[in-house]
Design a protein around this ligand. Sequence first.
Ligand code: ME8
Length: 646
Amino acid sequence: MAEKKTYYITTPIYYPSGNPHIGHCYTTVACDTIARFKRMQGYDVMFLTGTDEHGMKIEQKAKELGVTPKEYVDPIVDNFKHLWQTMDISYDRYIRTTDEYHVKSVQKIFKKLYDKGYIYKGEYTGKYCTPCESFWTESQLDENGCCPDCHRSVVDAHEEAYFLKVSDFADKVEKFLTETDYLSPKSRVNEMINNFIKPGLEDLCVSRTSFTWGIPVDFDPKHVVYVWVDALSNYITALGYENDEYNDFEKYWPADLHMTAKEIVRFHSIIWPIMLMMLDLPLPKHLYGHGWINFNGQKMSKSVGNVIDPFVLAERYGSDAVRYQILRDMPYGSDSNFSNEIMINRINSDLANGFGNLVSRTVAMADKYFGGTLPEERQAEDLDNELIDMAGKLRDTVAPLIGEAQLAKALEEIFKVVSRANKYIDETEPWILGKDEAKKARLASVLYNLLETIRICSGLLAAFMPKTSPEVWKQIGASEELTKYDELGKFGKLPVNVTVSKGEMLFPRIDVEKEIDELNALLTPAKAFKEDEDLDKANVITIDQFAEVKLRSGEITACEKIKKSKKLLKLQVDDGRNGRQIVSGIANWYKPEDLIGKKIVFVANLSPAKLCGELSEGMILACDAGEDDVRVLFLDKDVPNGSTIR
Ligand code: ME8
């Protein structure tokens, strides 16, 4: 017997540095849909996902919480797995970069690259922010040449490090991107070439000595392997490359499809192929870089409190409705906007009024007029042809779209047929046919055509909504055999005297207004800020420690922009004493004239610092008010200057 063709598909491995949100669901659900569809088509599928657990950020978070990095990530990884179960993700393998076999394989990969001369020891020169204990490259610094995190001055730093000779591969990788259809959408190819390859690829620093939570370089253990070399390798170590844990590298490699969002396309389209070229391994076939899910027009982020909890949505609407909405509303290659209204309206229009209504009306009419079993007599009319034709061709329209990850488009095509079928009900008026005994054969034809259309649509939708389709098959009386891929390409497969059985409503209509209020109440900041709360609990201070911070009131008497800087304002503050100068990074949100005369709170005993050459004696208090918004804390006008705040 001929061997089945294989199909290897991967999601990124996610950072377990916070709980998963609906953005993570997009890639995973999209890959799951493709994996399911390929299985239907008869492929032997390997669908891989996992978590990327090393790195300085995780080490820092764990330290703040007083736990080991592994103790920190374990419950978050469990939560990712729980979410994938909730969302019906049919992954075949889950990799954690802390898995022993992966660690050993990465060490071997690193050594191999070193032995081949592609990794060499050198000196990393960059910038170092002493208060943050962080290294930065020139290009990572903020527009003032300061630390991008705390915006204080940085110093030149030198660190012994290993480098990967990516510069030698610039031409080869450019050729790979331009001469193959590896990266899609095509617009991202130009982006990669113009922004990263043409300006010149610099050798990549691939080891660190400034933290320890990573895979040690086994021949020089004060170094840990750079997290991206560790992470990208997952796609091959999970198949057994350089380990005995698995044994399917020959079978599945090269990958058929890597999927990621756009921000990490650079690593997957430049660094990853170069690593593989260096290892003399075949290159993956496709990479699809999709857009982001934004929320209410802003990128989802914990600090804004707009992280959508997929568990809440799946519980309220069912995982299939959530899967459907995120896939349907993400245009190919660009961003989509998520809001509770968009989601509910989509579920109502397409699933409740569209597909759900089509199934329930058809089954109810077969039940009402024929006691559930269609008679054998038929009477066809020309009016039937368009629907029969559309439904009959649907599988072959949809299959290539799914193969190209054009999932919204594939759903659009399926729902064109659903709409056509609902219109067919209006045109044929079965409720009128049902009243006339002489028109029973015509009515049977109409209902049969509808049931067949539903069989084909639900068969194709099974990859998108794996819980709903089997329920539909029960209702329309379709045997498992008739829902197989081969049968979905043909119209007229249900038995002539098919028997339906009425069932639950598939998608109850949602009351938009009521639901929005309830949802908004559920997505309270308290829930979104859960992780901050944990950090707060782990970092309690005593009242005496708080008293060490001297907060005072003051009035801004003069204010101007600092010429060399886009972000900084120089404030003269009446502090009830001799006055002081404070430099503050709020120029993006306030004009100097908006601030003069305003009363503010400042930290009076902060050690003075020079910011862009200007002395700053203290810091004014402000709060985050959105992904990219900041508000200064203003006091009442009658508060005296220089008062203690406690
Ligand atoms: O980057 N919209 O992990 P990560 C759409 N560990 N997709 C989103 C999204 C959003 N708003 N937010 C996240 C990493 N994603 C690395 C990857 S791979 C070898 C290493 C999805 O946890 C999307 O797939 O930050 C994005 O690429 C990924 O999560 C980033 O996940």
